[in-house]
Design a protein around this ligand. Structure first.
Ligand code: HEC
Ligand code: HEC
Ligand code: HEC
Ligand code: HEC
Length: 417
């Protein structure tokens, strides 16, 4: 008897093994980040090229895998942003993304992004049939994935969306869609904590994965408890990938950070070269448009200030701020608006245009912190009206992975004047 029992158990285990659940890889809120900026060592994580290498290594070891994305991969819908979104979509397609929950970023142009970047979108609470978006998706014949995006995230101000239905409607639809053959049910979720509690109450899902709501990558919360239930999410901006093992009774997860331990996949080099060229063309077009406008430059540049403030000028010249443009020259990014913005004075705010047109406004200078400074002489009321420089002034640039170690107490003494 006992022997037969063991045999039975053995064959059961064997068949369970055959049906083993694939490994899960999670990303989300990539927000157009195609490559780390290189501003700081500590923040040097992520990017398509490293992610591609990571997935290639997995594919070589022939692991059964599902890649799920929690949405908001799109960059803002500017010309440069669209180039970046297209590259991320291409990476998704190449590495066979299994499913993606569209986020508010994907709706930034109505439903245009769904047509343009055809991906395996899943959104259970769509109020109308969105192009290329399914209500649920069965993966590997056994894992059914649902998606919830809170309507409150698209209803901004008086603008009400017609794309999404309510949480109640979502729950109703889930009940219609569940199939007794589903071995495993996963919900990709983006909404409030109250909504999260509500959907987790009814035990409809084996795993609920909420999107990462953090604004910036410093101090982001990747795992937390909510009324006794545990949740985890994916690192922001493609800096890392959450690897999930579903096969154990207790789900295990770990965070893989895409540091320079993962080499750039050279297959992406041509795409990045092309991207850089296209960004440069956009920048030259922008300069042409600016040239046609009246010169509105309102900034004076450091040389003007230093004529009177020599002591401050000396300190500034020794600081890395004075070198910020040289840095962009070294990495050949002087024609990329997304780099220029923090490495020059008043870009896109009636200040810096280009190193050729406004050489006196390159690098970080007095007016980045002190604001547009009108000419002033002793005795005028400048002292009363001048802007106070605070920590938040610094955080315009010393933000997120651009400067993860920033603290005013540590940084200010290095440039104090
Ligand atoms: C939001 C503002 C911001 C943007 C945008 C930005 N930078 Fe930076 N960058 C910084 C700050 C702040 C530092 C200094 C960080 C520190 O030391 O804490 C820095 C430092 C750097 C450094 C390191 C300099 C050195 O000597 O170590 C490089 C290289 C650099 N940036 C390149 C770039 C490139 C390339 C881009 C565009 C892809 C870019 N930056 C966009 C703010 C920015
Ligand atoms: C013509 C000489 C002159 C120039 C040029 C000049 N300043 Fe001043 N600045 C002064 C003098 C003198 C004071 C002191 C004013 C007072 O005490 O009322 C002062 C005060 C200041 C203060 C306030 C100091 C305090 O104690 O509150 C700041 C900040 C400042 N200047 C920044 C700048 C910046 C930035 C520039 C360049 C855009 C600049 N100044 C250009 C002469 C000049
Ligand atoms: C306009 C954007 C901008 C603002 C505002 C700004 N910084 Fe910076 N800061 C930079 C950039 C860019 C660099 C890197 C320059 C380089 O090396 O190329 C930098 C570098 C530094 C460094 C050198 C870092 C190191 O490791 O030695 C210090 C210190 C610093 N900033 C302090 C401050 C403080 C304090 C404030 C606010 C009072 C501030 N910064 C405001 C852009 C900015
Ligand atoms: C990275 C930001 C930053 C840059 C760049 C910067 N300053 Fe300042 N500056 C400050 C801060 C912060 C203070 C102290 C707080 C305050 O007075 O607002 C200050 C103070 C001053 C003061 C007042 C000193 C006093 O005794 O009260 C003067 C004058 C001044 N800066 C001039 C300059 C000049 C000139 C330059 C360029 C050569 C310059 N600053 C560049 C952030 C900056």
């Amino acid at each position: 008897m006992r022997k037969i029992g063991l045999l039975l158990l053995g064959s059961l285990l064997f068949s369970w093994n055959l049906m083993a659940l694939p490994q899960l890889f999670l990303t989300g809120d990539i927000r157009g980040e195609i490559k780390p900026c290189g501003c700081s060592q500590e923040g040097d994580m992520g990017g398509i090229e490293r992610s591609s290498t990571y997935f290639r290594q997995l594919d070589q070891s022939a692991t059964d895998r599902l890649w799920m994305d929690l949405g908001n991969f799109s960059a803002p819908s500017t010309a440069q942003g669209l180039l970046k979104s297209a590259m991320i979509a291409k990476h998704f397609q190449q590495k066979k993304l299994s499913v993606i929950l569209p986020g508010p970023n994907e709706f930034a142009r109505g439903t245009l992004n769904f047509d343009e970047f055809q991906l395996p979108y899943v959104l259970t609470n769509q109020a109308q049939n969105l192009p290329h978006v399914e209500a649920s998706r069965l993966l590997a014949g056994q894992v059914r994935v649902f998606g919830y995006l809170s309507p409150s995230l698209l209803n901004v101000g008086t603008h009400k969306t017609e794309y999404l239905s309510s949480l109640e409607d979502f729950q109703r639809k889930v009940k219609q869609l569940v199939n007794s053959q589903d071995k495993y049910r996963i919900l990709l979720f983006r909404g409030s904590q109250a909504e999260l509690m509500e959907v987790s109450k009814k035990s409809l899902f084996d795993l609920i994965i909420p999107a990462n709501p953090a604004e910036v990558e410093d101090n982001q919360t990747l795992e937390y408890q909510l009324r006794g239930k545990s949740f985890f999410t994916a690192p922001l901006k493609g800096q890392g990938i959450t690897k999930v093992d579903l096969s154990q009774a207790k789900i295990k997860h770990e965070f893989i950070w895409l540091t320079d331990k993962y080499a750039d996949d050279v297959r992406w080099k041509a795409d990045f070269d092309l991207y850089q060229k296209e960004v440069e063309q956009l920048f030259f077009k922008y300069l042409e448009e600016q040239a046609a406008l009246e010169d509105k430059t309102v900034y004076n540049g450091a040389a003007y200030c230093v004529a009177c403030h020599q002591k401050e000028g000396e300190k500034w010249k020794q600081s890395r701020h004075a070198n910020a443009w040289k840095t962009l020259e070294n990495v050949k990014r002087t024609n990329d608006p997304e780099c220029i913005i923090c490495h020059s004075v008043g870009f896109e705010k009636d200040g810096f245009l280009s190193a050729e047109l406004t050489p006196h406004l390159s690098s970080v200078q007095c007016e980045n912190c002190h604001g547009v400074t009108p000419p002033h002489i002793p005795g005028d009321d400048f002292k009363a009206s001048r802007v106070k420089v605070t920590q938040s002034t610094c955080k315009n640039c010393h933000v997120g992975s651009h400067s993860p170690s920033f603290s005013f107490e540590k940084y200010w003494p290095r440039i104090q004047h």
